[in-house]
Design a protein around this ligand. Sequence first.
Ligand SMILES: O=c1ccn([C@H]2C[C@H](O)[C@@H](CO)O2)c(=O)[nH]1
Ligand SMILES: [Zn+2]
Length: 133
Amino acid sequence: MSTNKLIEEAIKIRERAYVPYSKFQVGAALLTESGKIYTGCNIENAAYPVACCAERVAIFKAISEGETKFQELAVAADTARPVPPCGSCRQVMSEFFDKSMPIHLTNLKKEIKSFTMEELLPFSFETNDLLKN
Ligand SMILES: O=c1ccn([C@H]2C[C@H](O)[C@@H](CO)O2)c(=O)[nH]1
Ligand SMILES: [Zn+2]
């Protein structure tokens, strides 16, 4: 499984985006440690804030199928620069991804910017922070 294949999957699933309001299609492809790919597209709603981003759709699909170990994530949109994930998605990613996990952000020009989870969301709020010392 190559990073390029994962990016191709993100670009392909983007076409399924349900975006009558923003017309902004996003695709995501998440690779598990066992080599399976879970894809996601953004899904909007007439009640605008109910929309779910492509990244979270892919992650929630994988988690709901019992997956727990992830290797790489690719995100694609038709943007001038590789598409940056929103803050809510970064927080959801940080719940399930190791700090060293690579996240590849791309656009349709195939410009790629890769970050680790830690680089995308440093000093993140996590499970241990719920505990008092
Ligand atoms: O990384 C991103 C950024 C935005 N969106 C979606 C949310 C909304 O449907 C549309 C416009 O913000 O794009 C994603 O799915 N992922
Ligand atoms: Zn998001």
